[in-house]
Design a protein around this ligand. Structure first.
Ligand code: TMP
Length: 222
């Protein structure tokens, strides 16, 4: 059986991780194997690379260095987690994937798009998401949510992971447009869902997009 690969994308504070969790619960209830994962991350090595990307000062890395690090992490994630799970027929739900590199590093940042396209072609090869849900939110509202969450959690032993949040509002406005552009460029794959609504309403829209992709195990076997 073929697996199903779904990605969530969007700016900061759009509620991706909550929606990933809720979707995973609903898919599991149908009896399918579900893998939830995130980028940068998802393997031990990729999580180490993540720490380099999300901590420290905004100017610590160029957009090009960020793109290369994200793709180093993504290559490991694809080989160790995503491709084996899809080959088993699992549903893989990733909190961010390749669109984040296009949006953050190329469209909103200044990494050459030619480099990002080459990395997509030679690292993803044939492993592209079937559906991408872009959770759209006004950046001021999204960043406000993130700050509130960090305030609640405190900044103790855990690193703040706020390097990208500190890029400034103008960057985050550009980022929102970047994700909308990606949706326009990939109308078959991408769906924009407004995230400025109650969690359950957003989850219902997500389910309406994903449910049709989940064929029963015996579908097509006849
Ligand atoms: P998260 O906050 O959604 O967990 O993601 C970590 C940060 O990494 C987030 O600010 C977006 C950024 N990022 C990129 O800049 N490029 C990428 O390719 C990915 C996957 C994430």
């Amino acid at each position: 059986m073929q697996g199903v690969f779904i990605t969530f994308e969007g700016g900061e504070g759009a509620g991706k991780s909550t929606q990933v969790r809720l979707l995973a619960e609903r898919v599991r209830a149908l009896g399918r194997e579900v893998i939830t994962t995130r980028e940068p991350g998802g393997t031990e090595m990729a999580e180490r690379i993540r720490a380099l990307l999300v901590n420290g000062e905004p100017e610590a890395l160029s957009s090009t260095a960020e793109a290369l690090l994200n793709y180093a992490a993504r290559d490991d994630h694809l080989r160790q987690v995503i491709r084996p799970a899809l080959a088993r027929g699992a549903v893989v739900i990733s909190d961010r994937f390749h669109d984040s590199t296009r949006a953050y590093q190329a469209y909103a940042g200044n990494c050459p798009l030619t480099l990002v396209k080459a990395l997509e072609r030679d690292v993803l090869v044939d492993t592209w998401p079937q559906r991408t849900i872009i959770l759209d939110i006004d950046p001021e509202q999204g960043l406000g949510r993130t700050r509130q969450r960090m305030g609640q959690q405190g900044r103790g032993a855990e690193a703040a992971e706020d390097r990208f949040e500190r890029f400034g509002l103008a960057f985050h406005q550009k980022l929102r447009q970047a994700f909308l552009r990606i949706a326009q460029e990939n109308p078959q794959r991408c769906v924009i869902i407004s995230a400025a609504r109650p969690v359950e309403e957003v989850a219902a829209d997500v389910w309406a997009v994903v449910h049709p992709l989940l064929q029963p195990e015996d579908a097509g076997a006849a």
